[in-house]
Design a protein around this ligand. Structure first.
Ligand code: HPA
Length: 288
């Protein structure tokens, strides 16, 4: 951790982010729009790299006030510009995440969350692409996560506990903070964006689910299904971060609609939703 932080702080000139955002499949553009310093995961000591299409694998630091930072569109990496005068909030974005199904331990998947915590963030916005288990949800809908079901069969906190970060048996009764959910809903209303609210269930992937599995998940109370977010949310809550989660519904889950599932469809739908998604995130940042 010491090496990781030292490297990042050198690259960013000790930039102190207050908000962290993990950008899911097809949602990484926000980091291209706002970028003061970008560091490739592959250059950061002890960071795993993302191998998935639609996940760039870059840690991006920016000051954001809802307006695009047009002074540094090229986003120099690794050494960057000092913060620009346009901005008001210090933000760090993970442009692409590391997934369990890529073969990493959950400890590795969630290491960046601990790094962001140590860099000083207080709020973490987790985003993802998800399949609709709820038949009322349609591709390109946005769903605010009100709770989750960990269906990965494992837990990122397994192993020796680091008492400096959190307790051995952390409470998980309000991971997704009600005040942040309300703030996100108010922002959506102001922008005239229709948002859903629901429960996200995480599976390991990488195969999509069977129709029988999706029927089972609906009975369990899930509205959307995906292969990420839950490990990060558990670790973030454990170490005292306030979490907001937003899913971009990219497809109807298996058997909900009659089409076959593909990553290309996921990326295509995320693309359709990206403008309202970016607008909503900017509004949330401005109001945090
Ligand atoms: N299932 C699991 N993960 C997903 C899906 C899905 O249908 N869509 C996007 N990520």
């Amino acid at each position: 951790m010491e090496n990781t932080l030292k490297f990042i702080n050198q690259q960013t000139n000790n930039f102190k982010p207050e908000i962290g955002i993990i950008l899911g499949s097809g949602l990484g553009e926000l980091a291209d729009e706002f970028c003061d310093v970008g560091i490739n995961y592959s250059d950061i000591p002890d960071f795993a790299s993302s191998t998935v299409a639609g996940h760039k694998g870059r840690l991006v630091f920016a000051r954001i006030n809802g307006k695009s930072n047009t002074t540094s569109p090229a986003c120099p990496a690794p050494a960057g510009q000092p913060a620009t005068s346009l901005s008001t909030k210090n933000v760090v974005m993970m442009q692409g995440r590391i997934h369990f199904y890529e073969g990493h331990l959950l400890n590795t998947v969630t290491y960046p969350i601990k790094v962001l915590k140590n860099l000083g963030i207080k709020t973490l916005i987790l985003t993802n692409a998800a399949g609709a288990v709820n038949p009322e949800f349609k591709p390109a809908d946005l769903m605010i996560i009100k709770d989750h079901i960990n269906f990965m069969g494992t837990n990122p906190l397994i192993g020796k506990n680091d008492d400096n970060l959190g307790v051995r048996f952390p409470d998980m009764s309000e991971i997704y903070k009600k005040n942040l959910i309300n703030l996100a809903k108010n922002c959506a209303e102001k922008l005239n964006i229709d948002v859903k609210e629901g429960v996200y269930i995480a599976t390991t992937g990488p195969s999509y689910e069977t129709p029988a599995e999706i029927r089972a998940y609906r009975l369990l109370g899930a509205d959307a299904v995906g292969m990420s977010t839950v490990p990060e949310a558990i670790v973030a809550n454990y170490c005292g971060l306030n979490v907001l989660g937003i899913s971009c519904i990219t497809n109807q889950a298996a058997g909900v609609g009659d089409t076959k599932l593909s990553h290309a469809e996921v990326i295509e739908s995320a693309n359709l939703a990206k403008n309202k998604f970016k607008g909503l995130i900017k509004e949330i940042i401005a109001n945090l």
